[in-house]
Design a protein around this ligand. Structure first.
Ligand code: G3P
Length: 217
C-alpha cells in the first residue's frame, strides 16, 4: 500500500518524508487555505521538490475549458504533479482529455461506486473515495472501498483506489484490509501509526534489563 500525506504544510511533509516511507502528497483548496497567505503555485513547487512521488493539485474551475486551462498551468510546475478534478460530468470529460494526453489524474470527491467505474473508464490514475465524510453522514465509508475494489478487479481497471478523508489509524487498517492501493493520511494519523503502549513498555524493560546485566555500561 502506498502512503501519501494529506496536507499543504511543508513541515508536516518534511517530517513524514524523514520516516522514509512517504510515497506522495495530496492537497486540496481547504488544506492550502489552512496555510494562510501562501501562493498556491509556490507551495506546490516546494512540495514537489521535497517528494518525488505524485503530488495532487486540485483545480477550482467547474467547467471543462477552465479545468483544462488550470491543469495546463499546474502541469508546468513539475513532472510529479497529478491533476485533481472533481467527480462531476465536466470533471469526467476533462479527465479523459488529460489522461489521453499522458497526465496523471486524481478524481476526487467520490462517494459512490458508479462514479469510480466512470472515472476508471475515463483513464484516471487515482480515484479518491472519501471515507470519513461518508461515515459522518451515517453511511459505511469502508464499504465503498470494498465495492470499488470488487468492480475494478472484475474488469481489470488499473485506476488506483486512493482512500481519502482518513480520520484515524483504524480507518487506515481497514482501508488496507479492503485493498485500497493508496491511503492519503493526515499528519496527526501518520504520527500515531507506529505507536503502541506495549512497544514502549517492552523497549523500556529491554533497556533496563540490559543495564542491570551490564552495570556501569
Ligand atoms: O483527501 C481528502 C481529505 O482532505 C478530506 O478529508 O477530513 O476533510 O474529510 P476530510
Amino acid at each position: 500500500m502506498k502512503i501519501f500525506i494529506d496536507t499543504g504544510n511543508l513541515n508536516e511533509i518534511k517530517e513524514a518524508a524523514e520516516l522514509g516511507v512517504l510515497d506522495g502528497v495530496t492537497t486540496n483548496p481547504s488544506l492550502i487555505a489552512k496555510e494562510g497567505n501562501v501562493d498556491f503555485f509556490t507551495r506546490l513547487k516546494e512540495i514537489c521538490a521535497l517528494v518525488p512521488g505524485p503530488v495532487s493539485a486540485e483545480v477550482v474551475s467547474t467547467d471543462k475549458p477552465g479545468m483544462l486551462k488550470e491543469a495546463a498551468e499546474l502541469r508546468k510546475i513539475a513532472p510529479n504533479i497529478t491533476i485533481k478534478l472533481p467527480t462531476i460530468r465536466t470533471g469526467l470529460q476533462a479527465c479523459k482529455v488529460l489522461a489521453d494526453d499522458g497526465a496523471k489524474v486524481n478524481m476526487t470527491l467520490c462517494f459512490q461506486p458508479l462514479q469510480a467505474l466512470l472515472v476508471a473508464k475515463a483513464g484516471a490514475t487515482f480515484v479518491s473515495p472519501f471515507l470519513g465524510r461518508l461515515d459522518d453522514i451515517g453511511q459505511d465509508g469502508m464499504q465503498l472501498i470494498r465495492d470499488i475494489r470488487k468492480i475494478y478487479d472484475n474488469y481489470g481497471f488499473k485506476t488506483q483506489i486512493l482512500a481519502a478523508s482518513i480520520r484515524s489509524p483504524l480507518h487506515l487498517v481497514e482501508a488496507a484490509l479492503a485493498g485500497a492501493d493508496v491511503a492519503t493520511v493526515p499528519f496527526a494519523v501518520i504520527q500515531r501509526m507506529l505507536d503502541h503502549p506495549l512497544t514502549e513498555s517492552g523497549l523500556k524493560k529491554f533497556i533496563e534489563d540490559w543495564h542491570k546485566s551490564h552495570p556501569g555500561k
